[in-house]
Design a protein around this ligand. Structure first.
Ligand SMILES: *Cc1c(COP(=O)(O)O)cnc(C)c1O
Length: 379
């Protein structure tokens, strides 16, 4: 079966093997006679699915033993409230604003903290660059510093996490890694808490993964809802209340799919990372080489996952998108706040998908420049 290539920023493309396995098991999971959707979350079968998903993710991302992996209801936006309620005891939060999503986190934190300190802002460059961490204004007394390690809308990515200790600050680092979790390794020595909504790179919407250092838990504010209290979730292995069982099951299939990947003599996460690097560099090269498309992000911080680009002649935007759709290249429109285009190249994107996109970029540009020269002759 040939499906179109889906460049959606999220909910996003999933590996076809995973969808086929889910279809296979949809009505009758491993001989139980029921779907995972119909199982008690306290049944031995679901406890196994959940524990296995946690184990697979821990192995995949080399999560150290002093971190809990929590499967939490709701998306990343909800965590912008849950994190200050769980670990924001000091009432002071530092936020590095490098694009749309960290800006959202910055605003939401103000509802729960006495003081929210803007550690840096990329607004001056239109979020096309990440201010160097050595220049950040750290308050020194914050409960944590929040950053978004891959900005899904603006297409800027931290190629390495800042080392706050080297900057003379022992504030825990909180990262929103929603749109590049499981696409590259994470340096846990620098992280206090990492969180991600599932629907970019892990599975269906409705689930967030929160990976948190044990030492940060146990001091939730009284207003913190019990259903979102990370200590209670950790103690109950994410089963304080009914978790999003289907999304956890699907994420587990995705983790196992990643572990099976092979590429360039590498396997697992390293294979997926190598593929992501290759696909992103193909696409950026094609954009940079063209006269019709441009990406405005500093090459040193360009995202491997989300590639925003603009047509230098924006009157062609609609024709570009509908021509792409006709070729089976879906959801290339940019986010509504930036306009333009965006191609998201999550783990499930294939080389063939990126090659088809590049071929289309070239064909559309050629066709457009032919039309432009005909118009010049006629004028
Ligand atoms: C998509 C996204 C969010 C928001 O996720 P929701 O599930 O819609 O709440 C937050 N942060 C980042 C980096 C994202 O990509």
């Amino acid at each position: 079966m040939h499906r179109p290539f889906n460049f959606s920023a999220g909910p996003a493309t999933l590996p076809q093997d995973v969808l086929m396995q889910a279809r296979e098991e949809l009505l009758n999971w491993q001989g139980t006679g029921v779907s995972v959707m119909e199982m008690s979350h306290r049944s031995p079968e679901f406890l196994h699915i959940c524990a296995q998903a946690e184990h697979s993710l821990r192995t995949l991302l080399s999560v150290p033993d002093d971190f809990h992996i929590l499967f939490v209801q709701a998306g990343a936006t909800a965590q912008n409230a849950m994190i200050p309620l769980n670990i924001g005891r000091a009432g002071v939060i530092d936020v590095a604003v490098t694009g749309h999503w960290s800006q959202q986190s910055y605003h939401e934190a103000q509802r729960y903290a006495r003081q929210v300190n803007l550690a840096c802002s990329g607004a001056g460059t239109g979020f096309t660059d990440i201010p160097a961490p050595a220049q950040w204004q750290l308050s020194g007394q914050a409960s944590y510093l929040h950053l978004c390690s891959n900005e899904t809308v603006h297409g800027v990515e931290f190629q390495q996490l800042p080392d706050l200790r080297a900057l003379g600050c022992d504030t825990p680092l909180v990262i929103d890694c929603s749109s590049h979790i499981a696409a590259r390794p994470l340096d846990w020595s620098r992280i206090g808490l990492a969180y991600a909504g599932a629907q970019k790179n892990l599975g269906p919407a409705g689930l967030s993964v929160v990976i948190v250092r044990d030492a940060l838990l146990g001091h939730a504010l009284p207003a913190c809802p019990s259903a979102f209290n990370y200590r209670l979730l950790a103690d109950s292995h994410s089963l304080y209340s009914t978790p999003p069982t289907w999304s956890i099951y699907m994420a587990g299939l995705v983790f196992d799919w990643i572990a099976r990947q092979q590429d360039s003599g590498l396997h697992g996460l390293a294979a997926v990372e190598a593929r992501n690097i290759r696909q992103a560099s193909w696409l950026y090269q094609a954009i940079d080489a063209s006269g019709l498309y441009e990406n405005r992000v500093n090459p040193a911080v360009r995202s491997r996952m989300n590639v925003p680009f603009f047509l230098t002649d924006e009157s062609l935007n609609d024709a570009f998108v509908s021509g792409a759709r006709a070729r089976g290249l879906l959801q290339l429109n940019g986010h509504k706040i930036t306009g333009g285009m965006r191609a998201s190249l999550y783990n499930a994107m294939t080389d063939a998908g990126v090659q088809a996109l590049i071929q289309y970029l070239q064909d559309f540009e050629q066709q457009h420049s032919r039309q432009a020269s005909v118009q010049q002759v006629l004028a």
